[in-house]
Design a binder for this molecule. Structure first.
Ligand code: NAD
Length: 427
């Protein structure tokens, strides 16, 4: 099948590379010319394990990139919309980029006689495909639904494991208005040997939000329990290890800590809250999921102040800037509010992340970035562990270079030892 992928961010680039690997011909479209050049040169515009190898293998053969919608639509049968769906200032979904991409697709479809299918892969609130994307494409193409196909195919990949997840999905959801468009989209995944859940578009949209909201709920629930456990002197990890043995609960996403970040959980839970309010329902539980998550980073700083008092002029090492391990993505990383609050309190930041220093330097230009943990720890009055990078798991003697060996662990990573003052966030 000939596929075009609109938007070459995390989801678009990974989907494009994996569709090429599955044997399809893929054209990527982005308005960012630098990304187009990188992809055509076989260089990933983002870091993802295994992506570089796939792009190198397929660029210039099964995969190419352009900013020309007309070319991409003319030379493909299916277009996947993979552009961003950020939050607006009130936390509601901002569909501006989806609207712009839909209009460009519609314009390009106007002069195409062959049947074309538009698939929304971006995470969008229920009804968006039918009530926003479809009318825009009809208006710009001058065609009616039926003369072209429309479907929704949410993406469940995890950053850091995105290629593996795309190639080894535990579910594929295809929501379509008409049966035959759904059949075609489902057939793109034939090689993956995973059952395809077929729905209408709004159900497919909802499945994605419920998936992310439930995972986020498990994390905030675990953080709340962790906060209570800490006050009671109970090890929340011991508690959750036992609780997670219940097959109805499962052992994943029960780790208490500094909270969830990333480009999906925070914005998706907020968008679902916004959508619920828009239809007259006040989602108390989902609001609490966000509230608990926003409290956790401030608790890291409170623990620090309890020990050090005034932070003015104190040097604080921040280990981990990415929102999670194995990615350079810092979107909504929990280290952002922590660094902000430390700076507001007059502290000096000495930061280290194996991959995300450069990205964080775009937000905080005037803090120190280091290329090793030891460099970041040298002379520090305290250290905060913010991301669960594997390399932090074995830290021990390295803390010896600190001026004051206070370690506040936000990710349950560091082994307690006699020569450091160890403080766990919820344990
Ligand atoms: P991203 O911001 O990394 O990438 C979006 C890309 O779209 C950018 O390269 C941007 O230049 C491009 N773009 C913007 N306007 C455009 C236009 N008019 N035409 C063509 N390209 C345009 O976003 P992402 O993280 O890949 O997320 C994309 C969608 O997938 C979002 O809805 C997100 O919620 C969802 N999603 C993301 C993940 C994830 O882990 N990142 C996982 C599942 C679903």
């Amino acid at each position: 099948m000939r596929i075009s992928v609109i938007g070459t961010g995390y989801v678009g680039t990974v989907s494009a590379a994996c569709f090429a690997e599955l044997g399809h011909s893929v054209i990527c479209v982005d308005i960012d010319k630098s990304k187009i050049e990188q992809i055509n040169a076989g260089i990933p515009p983002i870091y993802e394990d295994g992506l570089s190898e796939l792009l190198e293998k397929h660029a210039g053969k099964k995969l190419s990139a352009t900013s020309d919608y007309d070319f991409a639509v003319k030379n493909s049968d299916v277009s996947f919309i993979c552009v961003g769906t950020p939050s607006d200032p009130d936390g509601n979904i901002d569909l501006g980029i989806v609207r712009a991409a839909s209009a460009s697709l519609g314009d390009a479809m106007k002069y195409k006689n062959d049947y074309h299918i538009v698939v929304v892969k971006s995470t969008v609130v229920p009804e968006t495909t039918e009530k926003v994307v479809l009318p825009i494409i009809e208006e710009h193409s001058g065609k009616r639904a039926g003369e072209f196909g429309i479907a929704m195919n949410p993406e469940f990949l995890r950053e850091g494991k995105a290629i593996y997840d795309f190639m080894n999905p535990d579910k594929i959801v295809v929501g379509s208005l008409d049966e035959s468009s759904g059949d075609i989209i489902a057939s793109l995944y034939d090689e993956l040997k995973c059952g395809v859940t077929r729905t209408d578009p709004r159900t497919a949209e909802m499945i994605k939000y419920v998936n992310n909201s439930l995972l986020a709920t498990k994390i905030s629930f675990s953080n709340e329990i962790g906060n209570i456990c800490k006050k009671l002197g109970i090890d929340t990890y011991e508690v959750m290890a036992a609780v997670g043995k219940d097959f109805r609960i499962g052992k994943h996403f029960l780790n208490a800590g500094a909270g969830f970040g990333g480009s999906c959980f925070p914005k998706d839970v907020k968008a679902l809250v916004g959508k619920a309010r828009q239809i007259g329902y006040e989602p108390e539980l989902l609001k609490s999921v966000i509230d608990v998550n926003e409290r956790q980073p401030a608790m890291m700083v409170r623990l620090l102040k309890d020990r050090l008092g005034n932070l003015d002029g104190k040097k604080i090492a921040v280990l981990g800037l990415a929102f999670k391990n194995d990615t350079d993505d810092i979107r909504e990383s929990r280290s952002i509010p922590v660094i902000k609050e430390l700076l507001d309190n007059g502290a000096e930041i000495s930061a280290y992340d194996p991959m995300a220093n450069e990205n964080m330097a775009r937000i905080f230009k005037n803090i120190e970035y280091h290329i090793t943990t030891v460099d970041a720890l040298k002379g520090a009055d305290a250290c905060l562990v913010m991301t669960e990078w594997d390399e932090f798991r074995n830290l021990g003697n390295e803390f010896g270079v600190m001026k004051n060996r206070l370690v506040i662990d936000g990710r349950h990573m560091i082994a307690k030892r006699d020569d450091i003052e160890y403080v766990g966030l919820c344990w």
